[in-house]
Design a binder for this molecule. Structure first.
Ligand code: CA
Length: 508
């Protein structure tokens, strides 16, 4: 374990050198922050966490030169609610607009009156950028998003100085990029129409034209075909603006590297959210066949390449930078596209030794890789078993320049910076976890994990259905539910969960 003093010395080393050689004694600039949020990367998908059949040397480098967390959690086991909690520092289950997976036409889940991680970092004099996946809705209920005009409400209204993003997921329409407030490359003579209900336009669908597909899909993913891949939802128009899946990693990474280079003289905060490895897994041909795990492994290799490009840009332009790598939820085990990878999971379980997967409340749904690196390499491999959640990102980033979090910001966000610096003081007492929607929650405290009964069971005799309780200190795989023999502990955990749920915040 490195000492806090040594770690901080590494962080501000560049800045300190600047002060030494400068005529005026100025406060050293705070480190930049690059937060890399991979999509659907599981606890077993990264070499530094034990993966053997895929190689992730660049992601591993963050851990090798920084710190590896073994008990970090996406606050939900699906995209939107985790991303909501990252942006707002608030548990997503507090907000019915942001607690579930959103479509490409749903309104923005974030109340513009609320501070976001971007607006907080702007207050702290950072330049803020977003590159990659958004998936938090656009427009408002009163003024739904129109992809042919200026887009508001979106990330450009929520504290980001620069954004280059795609609206929802790579399996959902519309399959276009947005730069700041406008769809990139849109021909006004070919306007975009989007529907998640009735079909719009004449584009072929996967259901009607399976012969046109690169990979077949289940019925929900068999609507409009874009780039030979059928999607969730219908779209027409916008032909010149449509993305090519195989080029997404190059496009997004190029934009992220440009942001780093252009803002290298400012403290900057970059939220970089690659599309990998969310399905459809269609990596660039140069990654095809490079892994032993089919398209899924090849997509992990593509993601690792993206991370390598970011680290290379940091080395070239912005050495005083904190780089964090993590995932928005656990690995998916059953892909809905028939890309041949489902049968390969046994080669390398996406979530390692954990039970469950994306979408569930078992550890495989939300315990994720979390690596953080400051510029200066540490002498030996460093690891933390601190319990942290991605909802903690806001308070953690604000603490980097010593910015006081406003009282109305991040109601559930705790400062994990000391833990990133190798300090053993607990970050938080407990952490609430959710799946898609807020019907059922789980809570962690110390080694105990309590999963409340499903809703339909709540009205049954409480004693007969006490929910689930696991002792993760000796049962990380959640194989033995010990709720029945620990009624007092179950009552305490259920009470703690109820306290978190009924109050407005958990941060003091
Ligand atoms: Ca995800």
């Amino acid at each position: 374990m490195i000492s806090r003093r040594r770690f901080i010395k590494g962080v501000v080393g560049t800045a300190a050198a600047f002060v030494t050689h400068s005529a005026a004694a100025v406060t050293p600039p705070p480190p930049n922050i690059i937060f890399i949020l991979a999509d659907d990367i599981g606890y077993g998908d990264v070499g530094w966490y034990g993966a053997q059949k895929v190689k992730t040397p660049n992601i591993d480098r963050i851990g090798r030169e920084g710190i590896k967390f073994t008990d970090a959690h996406s606050t939900a086991s699906v995209c939107t609610p985790t991303r909501y909690s990252i942006m707002t520092g608030e548990y997503a289950w507090r907000n019915p607009d942001g607690d579930h997976i959103l479509s490409g036409v749903d309104p923005c889940a974030i109340d513009p009156a609320k501070p976001t991680i971007a607006s907080v970092m702007k207050q702290a004099h950072y330049v803020t950028g977003l590159v990659g996946k958004w998936h938090l809705g656009l427009g408002t209920k009163e003024n739904p998003v129109d992809y042919n005009s200026e887009i508001s409400l979106g990330p450009a209204d929520l504290g980001f100085d620069y954004c280059f993003y795609y609206p929802a997921t790579n399996d959902r329409v519309p399959c276009v990029y947005i730069e700041n407030r406008r769809v990139v490359g849109l021909d006004p003579a070919d306007p975009i129409r989007v529907s998640y209900g009735d079909k719009v336009g004449d584009d072929p669908t996967g259901a009607d034209h399976p012969e046109m597909l690169k990979m077949k899909a289940d019925p929900s993913h068999s609507k409009t075909i874009v780039n030979g891949i059928s999607r969730i939802g219908y779209m027409s128009g916008g032909k010149s603006a449509r993305w090519v899946d195989e080029d997404m990693a190059d496009t997004l990474t190029t934009k992220a590297v440009q942001f780093i280079e252009q803002n290298r003289r400012e403290p900057f905060f970059l939220y970089f959210s690659p599309h990998d490895i969310h399905e459809p897994m269609a990596p660039n041909p140069r990654f095809k066949g490079t892994s032993e795990c089919g398209a899924r492994g090849d997509a992990i290799h593509e993601l690792d390449w993206c991370v390598g490009q970011i680290l290379d840009a940091v080395d070239r332009f912005a050495r005083n930078t904190i780089v964090i790598f993590t995932s928005d939820n656990g690995g998916a085990i059953k892909n809905t596209y028939d890309d041949g990878t489902n049968s390969l999971h046994a080669l390398q379980p996406p979530n390692g030794p954990l039970r469950g997967d994306k979408g569930g409340l078992y550890e495989g749904g939300h315990r994720v890789p979390f690596l953080a690196r400051f510029h200066a390499p540490v002498e030996k491999w460093n690891k933390s078993s601190q319990l942290i959640g991605l909802v903690d990102l806001m308070a953690t980033c604000a603490a980097v320049p010593g910015h006081k979090l406003p009282d109305n910001a991040g109601p559930d966000s705790f400062n994990a910076l000391p833990a990133l610096e190798g300090n053993d003081t607990p970050v938080r007492d407990h952490l609430v976890l959710q799946q898609n929607g807020h019907a059922r929650l789980a809570i962690r405290q110390a080694q105990w994990k309590y999963i409340e009964p499903a809703k339909q069971q709540k009205n049954a005799a409480a004693a007969a259905v006490p929910g689930e309780l696991y002792d993760l200190s000796n049962d990380l795989a959640e194989s033995k539910n010990v709720a029945a023999e620990n009624p007092d502990l179950v009552a305490r955990m259920a009470g703690l969960l109820e306290q978190a749920r009924s109050g407005p915040r958990t941060r003091p």
